[in-house]
Design a protein around this ligand. Structure first.
Ligand SMILES: Cc1cc2nc3c(=O)[nH]c(=O)nc-3n(C[C@H](O)[C@H](O)[C@H](O)COP(=O)(O)OP(=O)(O)OC[C@H]3O[C@@H](n4cnc5c(N)ncnc54)[C@H](O)[C@@H]3O)c2cc1C
Length: 510
């Protein structure tokens, strides 16, 4: 190390929401912080891209818990980014529309009362099941103190005192309260938000995610990248630094601790502590597999990631397609939670559809995004190539053909819902699991990182602390995924350096 080389208090590897939020919180506490990001654009899944003069989100389409006073609202308020964000609240009586195999549609309203009201009309004989479902979602959320911006108190209800609640299957629970197949499908209808699967998904995952959307569902006008940009601004105001095109590839240890990291372009950066926002498997590789216990590495290897996705992005002719202030989940299979391990010939069996808010008009949409589950195996044959803005490469013609075929299948499915949609389309674009793999840095382009599987839940817990005393983790794999989940993960990471009660107090009183 030369004498001018700065030693930061913290180096954060990756600028996803977890990395950025951790960086701002630590900088606000007076620490010197450097964020290293491999990509051309910051934000991880908050990245956007532009085609046909339209902005498309890549990995965040709507965000929950943003009504005033809710948990994510308070966290964003504490780091002072709310005023920078232009948001659109989704429809009160329908933030998500569930469209079942037979074409029937059902609304999820915002807030428990509105949610119940809508379903009581559709399922008048199922009031008891609807009430039970809502009560159970709330009860399960109460098991997670931090989710409610509380610290752990041994005398109160928590998943730590009652770990058995983590092992309850969402599917078994829903089947226990009603035998009405349609109502079951409606309860589970926004499952693509967490890759809901009847064999694997725990009830607590459904509760934490669904509750958050019931507590205020919003779209980001002009793309979700504004969250990353706002956080970067706050970081700089608090003296923090961020460098792009800096992919961390290795580290150097002195005794037990890491002293510096090396990046792909040959730079070295020094710090007292390191926080990785990358996937735990990539973190182990980055800091040296041999420095972690074999049992830990093996456990990580055995953990499955959630499935990946194919995304279709459509640009519309001006004033030709109505703006939908809700999302649509469309199914062509009775069991909506048997769509992750999909049948290729029936693909897409589950389709998430949204129209981002247009800058020009509230009446019409200028684009649409549609997401369908896709296993990376389908594009494995082109897996050798790597393509991002920072490191670009052409993929084979056959890959383009594959994409076009999939695009066409989704458009055909969309025509079943919106018969004239084709007339509105002026541009068609798409991304595959390889896109997510390359931009986020995971092996399989997974949608939401490590899967929470009710059958192996004990193994899937990832601690913020690692075997290396000054290396920590953050992001979606710690607690749960999504903007809310990864933000709570950032708090968990920061509790290693900031007294938890103090930080929570500051967030709640922001
Ligand atoms: C298609 C899709 C749709 C989604 N929709 C929603 C939604 O509507 N609402 C919602 O709340 N959530 C949604 N999610 C989930 C949500 O986007 C993620 O859970 C969350 O953004 C993950 O944040 P993170 O902090 O874990 O970091 P990530 O977003 O995973 O970012 C990690 C960062 O680390 C960087 N990095 C990795 N390795 C290195 C390295 N070696 N050196 C330097 N940098 C590195 C990456 O480039 C990246 O910037 C969606 C995800 C996907 C994929």
């Amino acid at each position: 190390m030369n004498e001018e080389q700065k030693i930061y208090d913290f180096i954060i590897v990756g600028s996803g929401i977890g990395g950025l939020l951790s960086s701002v919180i630590l900088a606000m506490e007076g620490h010197s912080v450097l964020v290293l990001e491999k990509n051309h654009q910051i934000g991880g899944n908050l990245q956007v891209f532009s085609r046909d003069k339209r902005i498309f989100d890549t990995g965040v389409h709507y965000i929950g818990s943003l009504d005033e006073g809710e948990n994510l609202y308070q966290i964003f308020k504490y780091v002072n980014i709310l005023d920078d964000l232009k948001m659109q609240r989704l429809d009160e009586d329908c933030y998500d529309l569930i469209r079942l195999e037979d074409g029937s549609t059902f609304k999820h309203g915002q807030g428990y009362e509105q949610f119940k009201k809508g379903l009581y009309v559709d399922f008048p004989n199922e009031k008891a099941a609807i009430d039970d479902f809502c009560k159970t979602l709330k009860e399960y959320c109460d098991y997670f103190p931090l989710y409610n911006l509380e610290t752990f108190d041994g005398n109160k209800k928590s998943y730590i005192n009652d770990p058995e609640i983590l092992e309850i299957s969402a599917w078994d629970y829903v089947n226990s309260i009603t035998s009405d197949k349609k109502l079951q499908a409606v309860f589970l209808g926004n499952g693509p938000l967490y890759a809901g699967d009847y064999k694997r998904t725990p009830l607590f995952v459904l509760a934490l995610i669904m509750n958050s959307y019931l507590k205020g569902s919003y779209r980001m006008v002009n793309g979700s990248s504004q969250i990353a940009i706002a956080l970067q601004k706050r970081l700089r105001e608090h003296g923090g630094e961020l460098l792009k095109h800096q992919e961390v590839v290795s580290s150097t240890q002195n005794g037990a601790s890491v002293t510096c990291v090396q990046t792909k372009c040959g730079d070295t950066f020094y710090a007292n502590n390191f926080i990785s926002n990358a996937h735990p498997k990539q973190t182990v590789e980055m800091f040296g597999a041999e420095k972690f216990r074999p049992a830990y590495r093996k456990r990580l290897e055995l953990l499955d990631d959630t499935v990946s996705a194919f995304m279709l992005y459509l640009s519309f002719k001006e004033n030709s397609f109505p703006y939908l202030n809700h999302n649509v989940y469309n199914y062509t299979k009775e069991n909506v939670w048997d769509t992750v391990d999909y049948n290729e010939s029936e693909w897409p069996e589950a389709l998430f559809i949204c129209t981002p808010p247009s800058k020009a008009t509230t009446e019409f949409a200028d684009s649409m995004s549609a997401m369908a589950y896709m296993n990376i195996k389908e594009v494995e044959q082109w897996g050798e190539s790597f393509n991002t803005v920072a490191e670009s490469a052409e993929r084979a013609e056959a890959y383009q053909k594959f994409k076009e075929e999939k695009q066409e299948k989704i458009i055909t499915r969309l025509e079943e819902i919106y018969p004239n949609i084709r007339e509105s389309i002026i541009g068609v674009h798409s991304s595959t699991p390889l896109t997510y793999r390359d931009y986020i840095g995971t092996k399989d382009g997974s949608l939401y990182g490590i899967e929470k599987d009710v059958n192996t839940i004990g193994f899937s817990k990832i601690n913020a602390r690692t075997k290396i005393p000054n290396v920590f983790m953050t992001g979606q794999n710690l607690v749960f995924h999504g903007i809310l989940g990864a933000s709570i993960g950032a708090l968990v990471t920061c509790f290693n350096f900031v007294e938890d009660r103090e930080l929570i107090k500051k967030i709640k009183s922001a």
